[in-house]
Design a protein around this ligand. Structure first.
Ligand code: SF4
Ligand SMILES: [Zn+2]
Ligand SMILES: [Zn+2]
Length: 324
């Protein structure tokens, strides 16, 4: 197996590009794909203040590493969700990455600050764990980006993630979600700009990138993921991709090019109803936002700092590498 560029020994084959790559040219490919995503969708301008949502897994550490390599200055944000040993280990990986490179990692500890963890909080709030978790993360990402004065919030969603979400939204014709499924959500109505620079790379490629770069990421799946439909959509798309290399790419980018605009008016109509949450000030369509309602029902499930959730709370901030 030879590298398509230099004819040296290849370490990875990428069937949708019909090519093999050596280590250096694979890194170059990853950087090129991230740059193209950033340029094509005007994700980040040079000099902007960037915050990367970091879970300790391969995608978030790969995107942080790639952005730094491309010359962006980026801090990390880690949310402790209280999912037992999984959260302990994921936090260790995020902190080790930041400390080894002298980077700034902000931290928010959900049990310590709000008095619930994902397993007990989702039961108390009668929500599926991934629903309570996704809601908590989205709210806390937005809050950290706005309070920290960041221009843009980066997440590690890759092509497999986006194709699987599109598959689910299309299966159920969730047209309002389809109208919002874009690799860039602009800053507006109190939300920060959110971008997904890994949309041109697959999960297999971000894992290979981390292994070849020596990035120590958390390999274990979240124990709450069992039964998650998103995972079954990914597996179904993997089967299709095996028979038809490039299918995920053409499904997702074909949607962006040819169909996404059709659904935008519906998403826009939803946005017009937004106003500040009476409790925390975050944008919402109800009197209080879904996150405040979750905290009302789930808070108190575990011991916490007794900080009032109704006012913006200063983030627990860890400067990695500095004394805490
Ligand atoms: S699998 Fe579900 S509960 Fe676990 S981190 Fe992901 S969204 Fe949260
Ligand atoms: Zn090469
Ligand atoms: Zn609120």
């Amino acid at each position: 197996m030879k590298c398509v560029t230099c004819k040296g020994p290849a370490v990875i084959d990428i069937r949708r590009h019909n090519a093999n790559f050596c280590v250096d040219h694979f890194f170059e490919l990853c950087r090129r794909q991230v740059m193209k995503a950033i340029d094509d969708h005007s994700m980040i301008a040079k000099g902007e203040k960037v915050l990367v949502a970091v879970s300790g897994g391969k995608d978030s550490l790969a995107v942080w590493d790639l952005l730094l390599d491309l010359g962006y200055e980026a801090d990390g944000l880690y949310i402790g969700l209280g999912i037992g040993e999984y959260s302990d280990t994921s936090g260790d990986h995020a902190r080790a990455f930041a400390t080894e490179r002298g980077l700034t990692l902000l931290e928010v500890d959900v049990p310590g600050r709000f008095g619930y963890d994902i397993p007990s909080g989702s039961r108390a709030a009668r929500r599926a764990p991934c629903s309570a978790c996704g809601l908590s993360k989205r709210h806390l990402f937005d809050e950290a980006a706005i309070q920290g004065g960041y221009d843009v919030l980066v997440t590690g969603h890759n092509l497999d993630d986006e194709a699987a979400v599109l598959f689910g939204n299309t299966l159920h014709w969730q047209t309002d979600f389809l109208g919002r499924q874009h690799p860039v959500l602009p800053a507006r109505d109190g939300f920060p700009r959110k971008v997904k620079p890994l949309v041109r790379l697959t999960e297999r490629e971000t894992a290979a990138y981390c292994v070849l770069r020596g990035i120590d990421y958390l390999v274990d799946e979240c124990p709450m993921a069992a039964g998650n439909k998103h995972i079954s959509y990914k597996l179904a798309l993997n089967d299709i991709e095996k028979m038809s290399p490039g299918a995920k790419h053409s499904f997702y980018f074909g949607f962006l090019d040819r169909a996404a605009a059709l659904f935008e008016p519906e998403a826009e109509a939803d946005r017009e109803e937004l106003h500040p949450c009476a409790s925390c000030g975050a944008p919402t369509t109800a009197e209080t936002c879904a996150f405040c309602r979750l905290v009302d029902r789930a808070g108190g499930e575990v011991p916490h700092d007794d900080q009032p959730s109704a006012v913006p709370v200063v983030l627990g901030t860890t400067r990695a590498g500095a004394k805490q």
